[in-house]
Design a protein. Structure first.
Length: 119
């Protein structure tokens, strides 16, 4: 099972980007999914998370600007980022707890995708 992220890029301040992450392979179910970000030398921090029931949680710094969503049928999670600021520049990682069957699950990370916001 793996996670594949896409959608990063460069945008001017005030612009928007949409990140997507798809899980593939042997999947029985997926619990929480989320997006984290990390700058060089810094700790990876939670940006947004969503449960399989649709409950969401956001970092204070992105509330009102970012929206996380998921499509359980397609095993995907998205992050719509609006009103981007230069301080949102980071490498973004998707995360998911994927159950391969009833008894075995793994906490997985996608490859990072770089988001650059220019002023």
């Amino acid at each position: 099972v793996q996670l594949q992220a896409s959608g990063g890029g460069e945008v001017q301040a005030g612009g928007s980007l949409r990140l997507s992450c798809a899980a593939s392979g042997r999947i029985f179910s997926i619990n929480d999914m989320g997006w984290y970000r990390q700058a060089p030398g810094n700790k990876r921090e939670l940006v947004a998370a969503i449960t399989n029931g649709g409950s969401t949680n956001y970092a204070d710094s992105v509330k009102g600007r970012f929206t996380i969503s998921r499509d359980n049928a397609k095993n995907t999670v998205h992050l719509q980022m609006n009103s981007l600021k230069p301080e949102d520049t980071d490498v973004y990682y998707c995360n998911a707890y994927v159950n391969r069957d009833r008894w075995f699950g793994s906490d997985l990370w996608g490859q990072g995708t770089l988001v650059t916001v220019s002023s």
